[in-house]
Design a protein around this ligand. Structure first.
Ligand code: 13P
Ligand code: SF4
Length: 303
């Protein structure tokens, strides 16, 4: 392994590359990455980086978003088949039809969406800024795509707003059930429940805080609590344990594992840098429109 790590670091230097990794990646990838974070943090890093090459250890929509934001850079996805099924649950046609029915609505799409869907969107959001963005919008009629659970969470928070939901969901987060939380709470009564907004409403209701993955890391580090129940994909346990060796973390469900996030290996990361593959590029017309929606996200988040 040491040899592989050295080879990756050497190639990274030669290519003037930066390695970005999502919090659900395997531990080795998180360790070698220049930055590990949630979708929003990773997008910011892609926007601010002065590297020539961005190697994105995550899933396809994340690399696609980076390539839209950092149009002059080469963006590589080490495993071309690492997709996000939720992102593919709505396409541009389906979204256009929703827009025809509710033509007076603003479209807010989760960053877990394709470039074509982003191009049909007014404002992109992530799990860390969704409430702020929707709260900052003047209009009270919103089409939310594709995650119906995140959309329902937003709707519950803003009862004065009409949120029209698409019907996507994350097949990983739905494996976390209310009974999982209830039995863990019973076994660990002082544990704080941290939940991702992709979880089902019944799980959200039983939780103490609804957070993005980076927000969970910040919360766990800063909190005086010693025990946490973590309702999201289990890859995040790696950093939670590493950063807080004295605290205890219980994953809500052993089934909450994203198979696509686990497809990136150290070997594939090395081959990506060696062969400069797989280059992720978005059609110019689509990219220009999608970028507008992503720039609106940065605007409404920092407002
Ligand atoms: P975060 O932005 O909170 O890391 O979530 C991304 C994701 O894909 C969750 O399933
Ligand atoms: Fe997509 Fe769910 Fe995997 Fe996140 S955890 S990348 S939403 S499938």
């Amino acid at each position: 392994m040491m040899e592989l790590i050295d080879k990756i670091n050497k190639l990274k230097k030669e290519r003037n590359a930066i390695i970005l990794a999502h919090t659900y990646q395997v531990g080795d990838i998180q360790d070698i990455a220049d930055f590990v974070g949630d979708s929003y943090g990773l997008s910011k890093k892609a926007a601010d980086s002065d590297a020539d090459v961005i190697v994105f250890c995550g899933v396809h929509f994340m690399a696609e978003t980076a390539s839209i934001i950092a149009e002059d850079k080469t963006v590589l996805l080490p495993e071309i088949d690492a997709g996000c099924p939720m992102a593919d649950m709505i396409d541009a046609d389906k979204l256009r039809k929703m827009k025809e029915v509710d033509s007076d609505a603003i479209v807010v799409s989760y960053i877990n969406s394709t470039a074509e869907v982003k191009a049909e969107t007014d404002v992109i959001c992530t799990s860390s800024n969704v409430l702020k963005i929707v709260g900052n919008l003047k209009t009270n009629k919103i089409i939310f795509a594709p995650d119906k659970y995140m959309g329902s969470y937003v709707a519950a928070h803003y009862p004065e707003k009409e949120i029209i939901l698409a019907d996507g969901y994350c097949h990983v987060h739905v494996t976390i059930l209310p009974e999982d939380i209830l039995s863990l709470k019973e076994a660990h009564p002082s544990a704080v429940v941290l939940t991702h907004p992709e979880c089902q409403g019944e799980v959200v209701k039983l939780s103490d805080h609804i957070l993005s993955t980076s927000q969970m890391l910040d919360f766990a580090r800063e909190s005086d609590a010693q025990e946490f129940i973590i309702a999201t994909e289990n890859g995040i346990l790696y950093l939670l344990n590493k950063q807080n060796p004295q605290k205890k973390f219980y994953h809500a469900s052993k089934y909450a594992v994203c198979p696509n996030m686990k497809k990136t290996t150290m070997e594939k990361l090395y081959w990506a840098l060696e062969d400069m593959k797989y280059k992720i590029k978005v059609d110019k017309d689509i990219a220009v429109k999608a970028k507008r929606a992503i720039d609106n996200m940065f605007f409404y988040t920092e407002k």
